[in-house]
Design a binder for this molecule. Structure first.
Ligand code: ZN
Ligand code: ZN
Length: 265
């Protein structure tokens, strides 16, 4: 029997899955992935995420505007975006955050939208899914001001030990992606052992950042197994322990029903 585990962050609505989405989800099931959180990146993407969650019992949705999309987002669409939280399969706010590496959107605009998402968490009672790239100081300052009323996760964490300690001190869970399998990610690999067992999540961020041995290919939820194996090796734990702990943490953070009680594909 395969060990069950959860992919806490994927973008199943992206068109790179349009040709074979069903096969991708079947491979996830075959690999033991019994729940997936699919993450919206703007209003249209969030709508598609909600539709996927409605169609597939193993899928839950997060709704939000990615920092890359901050400039393109029309504030007039905010009520429509927040209305999506009426669906109980929407379990999180995001992804939101700050990305100063790509700087695809104005930084002030990214900050304003990030703040708005953090405030939304209190209103809807859902945790936040945060994306931070080369913007840790500004992100921590915003979170320190707004708080984390329903908790949250720093997804695809790529910082080192200092950033990891700061995230934990602010109350975040920390989610590790396939980047931990990249040998050149040394500070990140050092940070992996600092995360307490009850704060650790794993994810693919599919279709991006496929772990070794699939590096460079399109990522998909079944590949989260490789990330779990690497995290286990780095932490000196068994694969089964990492799978069970991260799965339990994901269920707890997002308030998911026990996947074992969910019938069907
Ligand atoms: Zn992200
Ligand atoms: Zn993402």
């Amino acid at each position: 029997m395969t060990t069950p585990l959860i992919d806490s962050h994927a973008h199943l609505d992206f068109d790179r899955f349009d040709d074979d989405r069903e096969a991708v989800l079947q491979r996830a099931v075959d690999a033991g992935v019994d729940a997936i959180l699919t993450i919206g990146t703007d209003l249209a993407s969030s709508r598609r995420a909600v539709a996927l969650a409605a169609a597939w019992p193993r899928i839950y949705a997060s709704v939000g505007v990615h920092p890359h999309e901050a400039d393109a987002f029309d504030d007039a669409d905010w009520p429509e975006l927040t209305a999506l939280f009426a669906d109980p399969r929407v379990r999180a706010v995001g992804e939101t955050g700050l990305d100063y590496y790509y700087d695809f959107s104005d930084r002030g605009r990214q900050q304003a939208l990030f703040r708005r998402h953090l405030q939304l968490c209190g209103a809807v009672g859902r945790p936040v899914v945060v994306h931070i790239r080369d913007a840790f100081d500004d992100a921590w300052a915003l979170v320190a001001e707004e708080g984390l009323p329903a908790g949250g996760v720093v997804h695809c964490f790529t910082g080192g030990p200092a950033e990891c300690e700061r995230a934990l001190a602010l109350g975040f869970h920390v989610s590790l992606s396939g980047v931990v399998t990249f040998r050149n990610a040394k500070p990140l690999r050092e940070a992996v052992t600092l995360i307490p067992p009850d704060r650790l999540l794993i994810e693919t961020d599919a279709p991006f950042l496929a772990p070794v041995p699939h590096r460079g290919k399109r990522n998909e939820p079944s590949f989260v197994v490789h990330t779990a194996q690497e995290v286990a090796a780095l932490r000196g734990e068994t694969f089964e322990a990492v799978a069970a702990q991260t799965r339990a943490n994901t269920i707890q953070l997002f308030g998911l029903p026990d996947p074992q009680s969910v019938q069907a594909p």
